[in-house]
Write a protein that binds this ligand. Structure first.
Ligand SMILES: CC(C)(COP(=O)(O)OP(=O)(O)OC[C@H]1O[C@@H](n2cnc3c(N)ncnc32)[C@H](O)[C@@H]1OP(=O)(O)O)[C@@H](O)C(=O)NCCC(=O)NCCS
Length: 163
């Protein structure tokens, strides 16, 4: 049994989110981009730049020693500078990443569920995301109630109502 706990993400967690953003950006692709290249990419950095901005919220999974092993967070984007999974102003777009050593142990699903609860507390009516259709994470999102609202070449934009 893998012991982990989940806590809210706070303003001091930018470094942890950067680590998890690198995991998320590399997805489950065998082609792993180095951390510096990922974090040099403005299309990736827009998910954490200036963390924690008004409207940002998230949660972090930690191991028994308090080391971060995964994170899920959400951010609001304006219509003139949308994220990849943008659907509308006021709909936070989430990012999810788990350390490679901690994958397939329930951390990702637990983070996703906790982010849903955190979204409800903010009053958001929906959550959105963008996922590569070849990534098994797409099935994880479907099983957590996300529905595809737009399909591009290899990516789906998915949305879930917040209850
Ligand atoms: C995608 C990711 C966040 C999922 O987190 P995780 O902790 O590995 O997932 P969980 O252990 O909670 O498993 C969730 C489901 O995915 C399935 N799953 C886990 N790893 C899998 C794999 N390698 N292949 C296929 N299915 C897998 C699990 O079986 C589980 O389904 P089940 O409950 O029906 O058994 C994580 O693997 C990750 O960080 N991957 C790289 C980054 C990424 O792709 N992020 C998403 C970008 S949109």
């Amino acid at each position: 049994m893998s012991a982990f706990r989940i806590r809210p993400a706070n303003g001091d967690d930018a470094r942890i989110l950067a680590d998890m953003l690198v995991e998320a950006a590399n997805g489950n692709s065998p082609r792993v981009r180095p951390r510096v290249a990922v974090l040099d990419d403005p299309h990736v950095m827009r998910y954490i730049a200036g963390w924690k901005r008004p409207g940002d919220f998230g949660c972090i999974a930690e191991d028994a020693h308090g080391a971060a092993v995964g994170a899920c967070w959400a951010r609001l984007f304006p219509a003139n500078a949308p994220g990849s999974g943008f659907v509308a102003v006021g709909v936070p777009e989430l990012t999810l990443g788990v350390n490679a050593q901690w994958r397939a142990r329930g951390v990702g699903r637990a983070l996703l569920q906790e982010l849903g609860r955190a979204a409800a507390a903010t009053g958001a009516a929906r959550l959105s995301l963008s996922v590569d259709r070849r990534n098994f994470a797409q099935r994880l999102y479907v099983s957590e109630g996300y529905v595809t609202v737009e399909s591009r070449l290899t990516a789906d934009t998915m949305v879930r109502a917040v209850r």
